[in-house]
Design a protein around this ligand. Structure first.
Ligand SMILES: [Fe+2]
Length: 387
C-alpha cells in the first residue's frame, strides 16, 4: 500500500469579495513587491487595474505583467522572467484563468532557478527555492489555484509539458466567485467540464486516496447540480458560487491524486490544434470513460451516484454505464463539438495521431488510468472521437 502525500495552499480565502483580502494576505506573508501576472483581456476589462489599485493603495510596490498567452509557451515566459527581474519582484500573483496562473507558477520557479522549463517536466518534481505564488482564478475550472502543477508548452516542439512539484503549488489562493460572473456561456461550459474531468479522473486514478476521494465526490455533485444552470444563466449567483467551490475541490482532488487518460490525450490536441483545454477534454471525456469503465466499475458507479444518475440500490454495472451516458448527455447539452465539427482537418488529424498518441502516453497520466491503454488503444480513441 502506497502512502498518499497531501498538500494544499497554506491560505485559502473563499467567498464573495474575498479579493479584498489580497493586500492583507500579501502583508501577512511579509511580501512587498508583487508582480501581478495576467492577460490583455483582464487589463482591457479593468479587472487587473482594480487588483493593482488594491495592492498599491495598501502601500505595496506592485507592478503588472499582462502579456501571458493562452496555453503558455516557453517563449512567452522569457519576457515574463525579465519583468520579474526588472521589478525585483518578491512574489508573483497569477490573476485570470488557468493560463495566467500557470504562467505565474512557472515564472516563480524560472526567476529563481533559470531555465529551460523542460528540466521541470514530469517525471521530475521540483520543490526547491522559488518565489511564492498567490493565485486568483477568474474562471471556475482549471483548479490551478490549488494544484502542484503547471502546464507549459515547449515552443521548440509544441509539447505540452506537465511540470509537477510543491514549488508550483500556490502559497495562497483567493477564490472569489464574483470574478467569474462575466464568463460567457462557452467558457463556462468548457471550464466546468474541465473541472468535472479533474474530479472524475482523480477518483478513478490509481493514485486516489481518502482525501482526494472526498474532494472528488463533492465536486461531482456540485457540478452536476450547477453547471447547466451557470451555462444557461451566467447571472445565477448560487450556481456560480457552487461551480467555483467545485472547481477548487476538483483541483485539490487531482493535485493530490492525478488526472488520467482524458487529460493525457487532451494535451496533445491542445498543443497541435490550439483547442481550448476544457474543450479538448470534453471532446474525449465520454469516449475515454467508455473505454475505461470496466477497469474500475465500482469507482465509476460511485461517480454516477454522486452525479445523481444512480442511487445506492443501483448495481455497479448499471450505475457505471449511466456515468458514461450522463457525460455524453452533458457534452450534448453544452454543445461540445467533435474535432470534425470544430473544423479540424481530417487528414491532419490522422497524420498527427501517432505522434499525439506517443505524447499522450509519454506524459505519464494514462499510466494512472483504470485501464492502462496501449498506443494502439489511444490511436483508436483519437480516431473514434473525430467524427
Ligand atoms: Fe484540466
Amino acid at each position: 500500500m502506497m502512502t498518499a502525500n497531501i498538500s494544499f495552499p497554506r491560505y485559502c480565502r473563499i467567498g464573495a469579495g474575498a479579493i479584498n483580502e489580497l493586500p492583507a494576505i500579501v502583508a501577512s506573508l511579509g511580501l512587498l513587491r508583487p508582480l501581478l501576472v495576467t492577460d490583455a483581456y483582464l487589463t482591457g476589462t479593468g479587472a487587473a487595474d482594480r487588483v493593482l489599485a488594491l495592492l498599491v493603495d495598501s502601500g505595496l510596490q506592485a507592478a503588472v505583467f499582462d502579456h501571458t498567452v493562452p496555453d503558455p509557451t516557453t517563449e512567452s515566459l522569457d519576457r515574463a522572467v525579465q519583468a520579474v527581474r526588472t521589478h525585483n519582484a518578491d512574489c508573483v500573483i497569477g490573476f485570470g484563468g488557468g493560463s495566467p496562473i500557470d504562467s505565474a507558477k512557472a515564472l516563480a520557479v524560472l526567476a529563481s532557478q533559470g531555465g529551460p522549463m523542460r528540466k521541470f517536466k514530469a517525471p521530475s518534481s521540483y520543490s526547491g527555492p522559488a518565489l511564492p505564488v498567490i493565485a486568483i482564478p477568474t474562471t471556475a475550472g482549471s483548479g490551478s489555484e490549488a494544484t502542484q502543477f503547471t502546464v507549459i508548452t515547449d515552443s521548440d516542439n509544441d509539447e505540452k509539458m506537465l511540470c509537477p512539484g510543491l514549488s508550483f503549488l500556490p502559497i495562497a489562493a483567493i477564490i472569489d466567485y464574483e470574478l467569474t460572473m462575466s464568463m460567457p456561456p462557452r467558457l463556462t461550459a468548457d471550464t466546468g467540464v474541465d473541472a468535472l474531468a479533474h474530479a472524475v479522473e482523480a477518483y478513478v486514478s490509481r493514485k486516489a486516496n481518502p482525501i482526494s476521494d472526498a474532494m472528488s465526490l463533492s465536486a461531482i455533485a456540485l457540478i452536476s447540480a450547477n453547471l447547466r444552470r451557470a451555462y444557461h444563466d451566467g447571472t445565477d449567483h448560487a450556481a456560480r458560487e457552487a461551480m467555483m467551490a467545485a472547481a477548487t475541490q476538483a483541483g485539490m482532488a487531482f493535485s493530490n491524486s492525478s488526472v488520467t487518460l482524458v487529460h493525457g490525450m487532451s494535451r496533445p490536441i491542445g498543443a497541435h490544434f490550439h483547442v481550448a483545454h476544457g474543450l479538448s477534454n470534453a471532446m474525449l471525456f465520454p469516449a475515454v470513460t467508455a473505454f475505461s469503465v470496466s477497469g474500475a466499475k465500482e469507482r465509476y458507479a460511485e461517480c454516477a451516484r454522486a452525479y445523481g444518475v444512480a442511487d445506492p440500490s443501483t448495481s455497479d454495472d448499471i450505475a457505471s454505464h449511466r456515468m458514461v451516458d450522463a457525460l455524453g448527455e452533458l457534452c450534448h447539452d453544452l454543445a461540445v463539438p467533435t474535432p470534425k465539427s470544430y473544423g479540424i482537418d481530417h487528414d491532419l488529424w490522422e497524420t498527427l495521431t501517432p505522434l499525439m498518441a506517443e505524447q499522450a502516453v509519454a506524459s505519464g497520466s494514462p499510466a494512472n488510468n483504470p485501464i492502462v491503454p496501449s498506443l494502439d488503444d489511444v490511436e483508436r480513441i483519437y480516431a473514434h472521437v473525430y467524427e
